[in-house]
Design a protein around this ligand. Structure first.
Ligand code: TRP
Ligand code: ZN
Length: 311
């Protein structure tokens, strides 16, 4: 054996992963390049079943100021606490009742470039609000739990939020943005998910910020799923107060009371001439009012965006 090969062998035998990697020029890739995991749709549906049970046990709804809302907050918070998130409730008053935003921080990452992902957790009085907006609430919960399972160490800080009283005019999210004040400049992106499992689904990508829109559009394009820009949303959900404060906003929407056109049914399947969600704001917005494939696609797209934007 030559002297140099003996040295090479000794270096390999030393076995330290970094030494070997350096020798071979194959240092492990930084976590930044890690791909998001597939989000198990069965787990998202299990959260929806729990939200349905909460509504059933509390007069059929999970509306602001009603016991079903607070029970919904407690359910989501329990899952996040068990997964290692730092959670807090931000109370506010609306219509004479106390409402709550639930905020969950994943420890680590640059806080002056926080990626904030949010969904409203309240329903209307009329029903259990499973598509509107149990779907977004359960979807981002399962993405947050995936962050924990994967021990993600993002470069940017990750925060998740479940807003109270969206249905009376984005009350909770507006309260949060007001309380943030000048710190809104530390939010590098706000991603909003309000209705992502519509039973006659569409795939609408918020067009407010070109960079954020592209992250979602590219993911759907890679899956051969057509998308359309979301055009009715400005002022219709919790991204509005963030956009007004100058925060870049993005998000996804699978459709509400608007009618699916023939061209849209051709692209996405489902039924032309019928609403994307015929049970929108009605008592029939139950756990049966969900398209599983749409819910799964949207939830995986959220995970991809969270992974990419925080790296
Ligand atoms: N936020 C609306 C609601 O809860 C739902 C909605 C209707 C929506 N159209 C939208 C959300 C467009 C986002 C974009 O009633
Ligand atoms: Zn609604």
């Amino acid at each position: 054996m030559t002297r140099s090969s003996r040295i090479r062998r000794a270096a390999l035998a030393a076995g330290a992963c970094t030494a070997v990697a350096a020798l071979l020029g194959t240092a492990p890739a930084a976590q930044a390049t890690q791909a998001a995991p597939d989000i198990p749709v069965a787990a998202v549906k299990a959260h929806l079943a729990q939200l349905q049970s909460i509504a059933d046990a509390n007069g059929g709804n999970r509306a602001h100021g009603r016991p079903g809302y607070r029970a919904s907050v407690d359910y989501i918070k329990g899952k996040l606490d068990a997964a290692g998130f730092t959670t807090s409730l931000q109370p506010f008053t609306s219509g004479g009742a106390t409402g709550y935003n639930l905020i969950a921080d994943w420890p680590g990452g640059a806080e002056d470039a926080t990626v904030l992902t949010g969904s409203h957790l309240d329903s209307v009085d009329a029903g259990p609000g499973i598509n509107d907006n149990g779907s977004g609430s359960a979807g981002i919960l399962e993405v947050a739990l995936a962050v924990s399972r994967e021990h993600l160490k993002p470069a940017k800080h990750l925060r998740f939020a479940w807003w109270g009283d969206e249905e009376d005019g984005m009350v909770g999210s507006s309260h949060y943005v007001d309380a943030l004040g000048a710190d809104s400049s530390k939010i590098s992106a706000y991603l909003n998910f309000d209705m992502i499992g519509s039973p006659n689904p569409g795939y609408f990508v918020y067009d407010d910020d070109a960079k954020l829109e592209k992250v979602f559009k590219d993911w759907f394009a890679a899956k051969n799923i057509a998308t359309e820009p979301e055009t009715e949303g400005d002022g219709r959900s919790d991204h509005a107060p963030f956009k007004d404060a100058g925060v870049p906003v993005g998000g996804l929407f699978s459709g509400a009371d608007y009618i699916k056109t023939a061209a849209q049914a051709k692209a996405w399947g489902g039924t032309a001439g019928k609403a994307f969600d015929a049970c929108y704001h009605r008592s029939c917005d139950t756990s049966r009012n969900i398209d599983d494939t749409a819910l799964h696609n949207h939830t995986d797209a959220i995970a991809n965006a969270v992974w990419q934007l925080s790296s």
